[in-house]
Design a protein around this ligand. Structure first.
Ligand SMILES: Nc1ncnc2c1ncn2[C@@H]1O[C@H](COP(=O)(O)OP(=O)(O)OP(=O)(O)O)[C@@H](O)[C@H]1O
Ligand SMILES: [Mg+2]
Length: 369
């Protein structure tokens, strides 16, 4: 097993800094995701790790080896991209054998490893098929088997599920995770899909405009976002700007005339903050309950097992989102209903207001979420 370490890795394209001083370590056998919006520098980072892109500054280590200047074919990485990148005129088995042939592995060993890899990705019976005869999910498994056949030191995946439909995405993502655990291969996974990152990763690095905003386990990223950007990009909820007020041990954030209770806040002591109220932090009270916050349901969304509702609260600049089991909430929230809500501090994240950062030189596709 090999750990990957990036030290102050940067990449400029002309005047545009696609990646700016990214330092992180992917531990041995770890599944690490780089998560961020379109244009934030995920693919550029991954391509530098693969050796397909030259860093402008910084270093890349595999274990103790500095591979910053090692050509891609000598890095021994397994790569899977968004587009299937399976050779259309080669059979499934030949596709998986490709990297082994290039490395002049003996024929008998190639046959053995191809059969083993196809078995592992659940395509044992399909070796003779041509790619045109496979579904998208099967094609992506071929790409995965091909990447793994060379027994790479590290596995690099760039949005490998984005061409699959919703159901297959969930299936293949479980498959990738099972394989990764089984082979204990250090994996760097790139995605803009927070659900994918939260559900698959040991740890996540959230990227924003070329920089790494936060690194942490999924629960940390979701519950204790380090920046306003991470709070907004990961998970849903109502993001507000306000002022932190302390009253002995109790803290609350004043937003206009409204006060949001917050739990244990390490920093800041007081002053300008952002606050993010997650839907699970908003509880629906009985209509007759005293206290709570009154509001009018503006929008209800039914998503099978759960239900989401956006509630307009007088004095709050944004709608408050509420979510719960569709059984619990059935008939209790309908568009136009007057409701009473309570905010649970455990479902609220807060952090110091950030000085507005100078936008990086605008580049195509660099939209922020
Ligand atoms: N070859 C290139 N030449 C010039 N600019 C580039 C090049 N490759 C990437 N960029 C720019 O670098 C920035 C980061 O691009 P990158 O492809 O790494 O983003 P990404 O996070 O992978 O986005 P997406 O989610 O859309 O794939 C973007 O502003 C992009 O336009
Ligand atoms: Mg990309």
């Amino acid at each position: 097993m090999t750990k990957i370490r990036l030290a102050e890795l940067s990449r400029a394209f002309g005047p545009v800094w696609a990646v700016r001083g990214v330092s992180l370590e992917v531990r041995e056998g770890e599944f690490f995701s780089l998560l961020g919006p379109s244009g934030c520098g995920k693919t550029t980072t991954l391509r530098m790790v693969a050796g397909l892109e030259r860093p402008t500054a910084g270093h890349i280590y595999f274990g103790d080896d500095d591979v910053t200047h090692t050509p891609p074919q000598h890095r021994n990485v397994g790569l899977v991209f968004q587009s299937y990148a399976v050779f259309p005129t080669m059979s499934v088995a030949d596709n998986v054998a490709y990297g082994l042939r290039i490395r002049r592995v003996p024929g008998a060993e190639i046959r053995r490893r191809v059969a083993q890899m196809l078995e592992i990705v659940g395509l044992g019976a399909l070796g003779a098929r041509m790619p045109g005869q496979l579904s998208g999910g099967q094609l992506q498994r071929v790409a995965l088997a091909r990447a793994l056949a060379i027994q790479p030191r590290v596995l690099l995946l760039d949005e490998p599920l984005s061409n699959l439909d919703a159901k297959l995405r969930v299936e293949v993502r479980a498959e990738i995770r099972r394989l990764q655990r089984e082979l204990e291969i250090t994996t760097l996974y790139v995605t803009h899909d927070q659900e994918e990152a939260l559900s698959m990763s040991d740890r996540i690095g959230v990227m924003h405009a070329g920089r790494l905003d936060q690194v942490g386990v999924p629960d940390e990223i979701y519950r204790r976002p380090a920046t306003r950007f991470v709070a907004r990009f990961v998970g849903e909820g109502t993001l507000l700007d306000g002022v932190l007020v302390r009253d002995g041990a109790r803290a609350r954030v004043a937003v206009g005339g409204f006060e949001v209770p917050v739990g244990e806040v390490s920093a800041p002591r007081a002053g300008a903050v952002w606050v993010c109220i997650r839907p699970e932090g908003v509880r629906l009270l009985d209509r007759t309950a005293a206290g709570g916050i009154g509001g009018i349901v503006e929008y209800v969304e039914f998503v099978g097992p759960s239900l989401r509702a956006d509630v307009r609260v007088p004095g709050l600049p944004r709608l408050l989102r509420l979510a719960g089991s569709s059984v619990d909430l059935a008939g209790r929230v309908r568009t136009g209903d007057a409701v009473r809500l309570a905010v649970d501090p455990a479902g609220v994240a807060v952090g110091p207001a950030e000085a507005p950062e100078a936008e990086p030189v605008a580049a195509g596709g660099g939209a922020r979420a």
